[in-house]
Ligand binder design. Structure first.
Ligand SMILES: CC(C)(COP(=O)(O)OP(=O)(O)OC[C@H]1O[C@@H](n2cnc3c(N)ncnc32)[C@H](O)[C@@H]1OP(=O)(O)O)[C@@H](O)C(=O)NCCC(=O)NCCS
Length: 187
């Protein structure tokens, strides 16, 4: 791996996304209507310059924006981002995309999410992590529930995505719940 590694897991590495790296695959993910079906970013086409500016903004804004790379072949398969949404209340928001369809359903998303959860709670000392999930995004709410998130609220018709209004399922995980889960894992 010739990229700097920020967090390392069993099957994946989380690395900063270099805006000057080959972005052709990443561009194909975010311009793919199926991939972005449940995301807020898919309504308008994105070109390379916009994507480079978006990546630069992530680091300027001090978001924990990381590419997900498979350890076996250094392939960029998706991204995960932790936004610190409230410094005062120690709260963050997580968003994830496994853009490479062939890489879905192999546990990479869950591993990336667990790495970012640990980083958020243990390194950044956050107290709560949140996530927004569309009600029919089965893969996404399975993923967050598997990582220990609980459904906290349904915001009705919160988003207009792909020509229809969608509810926003608000998921949350508290630091103390995470620590309890960790205790359970080592028993
Ligand atoms: C949601 C997403 C990140 C999941 O990543 P992934 O790597 O495919 O998920 P994993 O393989 O780690 O699976 C995690 C859990 O979710 C379940 N899961 C994943 N995809 C699923 C699907 N399509 N249907 C049912 N369950 C699914 C897995 O079975 C696993 O649970 P298990 O361990 O109990 O079997 C991925 O599908 C994706 O990027 N989708 C497009 C973008 C998107 O919708 N992002 C989320 C916006 S909130």
């Amino acid at each position: 791996m010739h990229m700097p590694v920020f967090l390392s897991g069993e099957k994946i590495l989380l690395c900063p996304v270099d805006k000057n790296m080959d972005l052709s695959e990443y561009l194909s993910w975010i311009n793919n209507q199926e991939t972005t079906l449940y995301m807020s970013s898919g309504d308008f086409p994105t070109c390379k310059e916009q994507l480079q500016a978006y990546i630069a903004r992530q680091y300027e804004n001090k978001n924990i924006f990381l590419g997900i790379f498979t350890k076996s072949n250094d392939k960029h398969i998706g991204n995960i981002c932790l936004y610190i949404t409230d410094h005062q209340s120690h709260r963050g928001e997580v968003a994830i995309m496994i853009g490479d369809k062939k890489a879905r359903g192999k546990g990479y998303g869950l591993e990336a999410l667990k790495l970012i959860i640990r980083y958020g709670f243990m390194h950044l000392s956050l107290n709560k992590l949140c996530a927004a999930v569309a009600p029919d995004n089965f893969a996404s709410y399975k993923l967050f529930e598997r990582a220990g998130f609980q459904l906290e609220a349904t915001l009705r018709e919160q988003f207009y995505l792909n020509r229809s209004y969608r509810d926003d399922l608000r998921y949350g995980l508290l630091r103390r719940e995470y620590l309890e889960m960790q205790k359970g894992n080592t028993r």
